[in-house]
Design a protein around this ligand. Structure first.
Ligand code: AMP
Ligand code: MG
Length: 376
């Protein structure tokens, strides 16, 4: 190797080294630091099986934080947990009770939705739910509740994911006099709010609230907000059938969410194509008891005190989980005609109503976004 070539090689080596150094220095500024990642978590929270799937930077941390937050919300909102804020309010006998901001928030939204649905959705229905025994039966010590959750494909979450009904404490309808005695307590207008003071109280002694028809929807919204703040671009939040489809699937197409068949366990009735929307189902197949050949389900008509009996399921698509959850319960109470009319008149809201004979009605905006299974 002559002198000139040796120098040239030296320069080349130096240039490469300098280039590498420059690149190395520049890397934090010019190249995306963290690759996109996908994370998934399944756990029991909010009284149900929850599944969160997320894609984005730090997806693992985002999903773990969501699960923790769902546990925290449960401890505030579950009326059967001693010292939950809802339990404290229910035991208040008309005194003002200080509530966490989240509880004030859900309660205000619940009252708004009660107004909007003409009281078909009414969180003060709790005394009737207890009278009818639409609460989980206490199991003898050692007997746990089995929750079936065999992996549902990421692109195909099932709205309403548990497959067998929960055993209810109630076994027969209560006396009509007992129902009539409680009806005056079921009145959302009796809930007085002081949002600035962060408190609430009941105007009628004996009133109590049950957020079972709205809490999961609220949880879904909180989860989606957290995922978005963490930079998650696409994902699914599924709290036992209250679902939010965040963004689109990786190929840019909408998420596909199955609607459960109300009478055939494990089968679907149709598939919804949605992105950036919430979906919730209220059905008569998960929490009910049978008596004298009739099915009494856990959704009670606050006007009569009797379980709603016209429909088998209502699935609602809405901009928020809270709306989807409350409106599916309300439409279930209202029945086919009035329920459909309610969903039609609300902007951004669509629905699928299935009656006991399995006739399916859909709102006009769902055309092209719903594939019904043939011969249901
Ligand atoms: P969902 O499955 O979302 O329709 O909610 C049903 C749950 O909400 C029941 O288990 C009751 O705890 C409660 N609930 C029942 N009927 C009503 C009603 N008319 N308005 C509000 N909550 C209700
Ligand atoms: Mg609901």
């Amino acid at each position: 190797m002559d002198a000139t070539r040796r120098v040239a090689l030296g320069v080349l080596v130096l240039a490469v080294a300098a280039g590498a150094l420059a690149l190395g220095l520049q890397r934090p500024f010019s190249v995306a630091v963290r690759p996109e990642s996908r994370a998934e978590s399944i756990g029991f929270t909010m009284g149900t099986v929850a599944r969160v799937v997320a894609e984005g930077p730090d997806a693992d941390a985002a999903v773990a934080a969501v699960m923790e937050e769902m546990d925290r919300l449960t401890s505030l909102l579950d009326r059967f947990r001693p010292y939950s804020h809802v339990a404290l309010l229910n035991a208040s006998n008309g005194e003002w009770v200080e509530l966490a901001p989240e509880v004030v928030d859900v309660l205000q939204e619940a009252l708004r939705l009660a107004e909007l649905t003409g009281g078909a959705f009414d969180p003060t229905v709790a005394p009737l739910i207890d009278l009818w025994g639409f609460v989980e039966e206490e199991l003898p010590a050692g007997e746990g509740v089995e929750h079936d959750h065999t992996g549902v494909a990421a692109s195909h979450a099932a709205a309403g994911s548990s497959s067998s009904p929960t055993r209810m404490a109630g076994t027969a309808p209560p006396e009509p006099e007992a129902i009539a005695a409680l009806l005056p307590l079921v009145d959302f207008r009796g809930v007085e709010m002081d949002p600035e003071g962060g408190r609430a109280r009941f105007s009628k002694p004996g009133q109590a609230i049950d957020l079972g028809a709205i809490a999961k929807g609220y949880g879904v919204d909180r989860a989606v907000q957290m995922l978005r703040e963490q930079g998650v671009v696409r994902g699914l939040v599924d709290l036992g059938g209250d679902v939010y489809a965040l963004g689109t699937r990786a190929d840019g197409s909408p998420w596909r969410l199955g609607i459960r068949h109300p009478r055939r366990s494990g089968q679907i009735l149709g598939v919804l194509h949605v992105s950036d929307a919430a979906v919730a189902t209220s059905g008569d197949y998960e929490r009910y008891f049978e008596h004298g050949g009739a099915r009494y389900t856990h959704i009670v008509d606050p006007r009569t005190g009797w379980p709603a009996s016209e429909l088998a399921s209502v699935t609602v698509v809405a901009p928020s989980g809270l709306w989807a959850d409350a409106l599916s319960t309300a439409a279930f109470v209202l029945g086919k005609e009035e329920g459909l009319a309610l969903l039609e008149r609300l902007p951004g809201v669509e629905g699928v109503l299935v009656d006991k004979e399995l006739n399916v009605e859909i709102t006009s905006g769902l055309q092209g976004k719903l594939d019904l299974v043939e011969g249901i």
